[in-house]
Ligand binder design. Sequence first.
Ligand SMILES: [Zn+2]
Length: 346
Amino acid sequence: MLFLRQLFGVAALALCIAVACRKAAPKSDAAAFDAYIEALPELKAVAAGTKIFLNVRYVEHPTLPTLTPAARARLYRATEVAVKKIFAYDLAIRETETLSITNYFARERGAFGAAPIRFPADSYLISWFASDRDKQIHDAVASALKKQSSERLREYLGAMTEPAAVSRNFIARLKEIYAEPKADGQPLLTATNAADEVWFSYGHWDTLALAERACDFTLTNIGIIGADTGMPLYVIARGGVTSAFVENNAHRPYQAAGVLALYPLLADTPVFQRVRGVLTSEQKEEAILWVWLHELGHMLLKKEENYTFADSVHRAPPDLRYYEWVKRVKNSRNQHSQEIAQAKKF
Ligand SMILES: [Zn+2]
């Protein structure tokens, strides 16, 4: 995923969003945020053959399925090999720190108060606990669907493409995901842990990516799962699941910082087994690797989101059947990298 999706229209959205426990962002924040992104240097693709060093952080939720240090080491080495083969970069991945989700959000809380980058955290989330949640979700879904052709809507959503039906399905899926238990037996997100909602919020992770100074990617076993005001079609089709994204970054060498949020790939709850499929741990690791390659296509080649070439790694997995997508793109003879436009901004 790439976050052009949030760049346009934020000014228009900012005033009308009031979520529980969160003040609506003032209009000046939206304008200042747009201006901040606009003033960042234009993205430049990293030349093939360049030696790339990626610093990676692992952020762990204690009662969700996790990637062990050994599994992460395997993933890093396999990703280095795959990046060489697919994108022709010499890549070295170094895990620089591991910390808990609680400590990470506490340590980085300054980002949520820093203008203008606090804007996504302040204004994108449609809280699950908002009294007018269903209406806000309907409006976000309707606005996203309006931008797409009827063929594309059918491709991602199937027969039911009316905003009312799509938002009903979306809410039903999200409700199911949030109700599933963690290892402690408590639901993933419910009234008793409503304060944890920020851990699942795309806007909060986006602000953290904008603030990032030390790492190129954060990997976490939490899921970025919820409704927000700028969801692209494929996130809507997945019931609010963002598996990964890269954001513009003023401080890192590749002009971007990324997040891989692995809960949807690691969870073995009934919903994920049903909609994603039952995967072995090897298949999960391979799916994570390919999701990462997709994000590296944004970060290093500066590729735009691609909706055209279904057999390309540059096309985000259209639904939660990650491994079906992996089988399709890994056997592709042509990843279409040359044919996909470069982004000026993420
Ligand atoms: Zn993408």
